[in-house]
Design a protein around this ligand. Structure first.
Ligand code: URA
Length: 439
């Protein structure tokens, strides 16, 4: 912790004028903001200066380190093996963590996973998991470590005592139009991941309509920045840039995404979801040192699924986190709203667009996400996509089935999805999932 006193007004001025802030000043800012010596209005001014002028790699490393040490940091040194995690920057239908973590843990890699709740139009792993009756995701660090020791994997949420600086700064960014900034996003994500005491991290940086990064250039810059922060903290980070122009998999919702995840754990599931799960899984096994090559890693992942060990690992996670294993054995017990409405193709042709953002917004309007911070979500509603980009359709064919609880919410969801699908007269190829990688 820094003991030097700085003038916040002068530091804001340095950043406003495009200057470089030294390590000890950055550490002091984070410490003084968390202990409330620096008021919100000064921190907001600094965040806007960072938003406008950026940070160089040394500043970013110091800023991230200060955030990471603003609260508790896990100590995983007592857990044998390299600890590896995965993080997605968020998308629509992105339930990859739910099948991935048990498959990789069943191959012997410890995973101290802390996931988030839904943000905007994107779903959150914690919300999805909590659609399993009784399932808990909030643990204090001691309980979290105990679960990790017992199961080799935890599907938890961000602990309140880890990286308090991020919680405070994120709320301020939300209220000061400074969320979409590469240094602020990357330090926010990486401080939370590094606080898990990881040896390696695989990032899934989503690109496209349903992602926070709309262009490949922005996504690559974010990926390079996060890989750089990892290097400055001696943590190997590999980032994959993957397509989020259309939803991942066929289910968008909470309980319905658990159902689709269980399909993957049992060797089924839609091809795009399976492809990303194995892509990230191979890298986690190599980073974790349990496989020498990606080919060997693929064999291990396939064996974990085909033998039933991955599914058994998921049952064990659910049981030890308070969830009802009967729901895993019979996904028909998951909550499902009783009304359905089918959206149909208005023309013959091929699907050219199946827009992730529109469908994500529609899912929020159904009640599958939060329109205010305090709102409860309804795990029983969702959208099942039947026709994605490249599919041939005829007039009247089903494009999606909406499962809903309240007619007014159905109307709001339909309005959001009005132009989600575009059908054209020419055939188009299915889009590639993997767009690029950064290591
Ligand atoms: N997710 C985070 O954790 N932080 C950000 O700033 C943006 C997305």
């Amino acid at each position: 912790m820094s003991t030097t006193h700085f003038s916040m007004v002068e530091l804001i001025g340095v950043k406003r004028d495009g200057g470089i802030l030294p390590d000890d000043a950055l550490t002091w800012i984070i410490t003084a903001y968390v202990d409330k010596t620096i008021p919100d209005y000064q921190m907001s001014a600094l965040l806007m200066a960072i938003f406008l002028n950026g940070m160089n790699p040394d500043e970013l490393a110091a800023w991230t380190r200060a955030m990471l040490h603003s609260g508790d940091v896990l100590d995983c040194s007592g857990i044998p093996g390299k600890k590896i995690d995965k993080h997605s920057t968020g998308g629509v239908g992105d339930k990859v963590t739910i099948p991935l973590a048990p498959i990789v843990a069943a191959c012997g890699v410890p995973i101290p996973m802390m996931s988030g709740r839904g943000l905007g139009h994107t779903g959150g792993t914690r919300d999805k998991l909590e659609s399993i009756r009784g399932m808990e995701t909030a643990f204090d660090p001691a309980t979290f470590m105990d679960l990790l020791r017992r199961n080799n994997v935890v599907l938890g949420g961000q602990s309140a005592t880890l990286v308090p600086a991020d919680r405070l700064i994120y709320a301020l960014r939300d209220a000061s139009a400074t969320v979409p900034s590469v240094p602020l996003i990357s330090s926010s994500i990486m401080s939370k991941k590094l606080a898990e005491d990881l040896d390696g991290l695989v990032l899934d940086v989503k690109v496209g309509s349903g992602a926070f990064m709309k262009t490949i250039e922005d996504a690559r810059l974010l990926a390079e920045t996060m890989v750089g922060i990892g290097a400055s903290h001696d943590t190997e980070v590999v980032a994959f840039l993957t397509n989020m122009d259309q939803p991942l998999g066929n289910e968008i919702g909470n309980a319905s995404e658990i159902r689709e995840s269980i399909d993957v754990l049992q060797g089924g599931g839609p091809p795009d979801l399976v492809e990303i799960t194995y892509l990230l899984g191979r890298e986690m096994l190599v980073l974790g040192g349990v496989a020498k090559t990606h080919e060997a890693a693929q064999d291990m992942l396939s064996d974990a699924v085909e033998s039933g060990r991955a599914f058994e690992m998921f049952r064990r996670i659910v049981a030890s986190q308070g969830g009802d294993v009967a729901v895993v054995d019979d996904p028909g017990l998951l909550p499902i709203a009783e009304n359905t409405h089918v959206v149909r193709a208005a023309a013959d042709g091929w699907v050219h667009r199946c827009d992730a953002l529109d469908i994500g917004v529609a899912s929020v309007r159904l009640g599958g996400g939060r329109e205010t911070k305090e709102a409860d979500i309804d795990p029983s509603v969702g959208i099942t996509v039947h026709a994605k980009v490249g599919a041939a359709v005829e007039t009247g064919d089903p494009l999606a089935t909406i499962t809903y609880a309240e007619p007014a919410k159905l109307d709001a969801a339909l309005a959001a999805m009005e132009s989600a699908w575009q059908i054209g007269p020419a055939a188009v190829a299915e889009p590639s999932i993997l767009l690029d990688e950064v290591r």
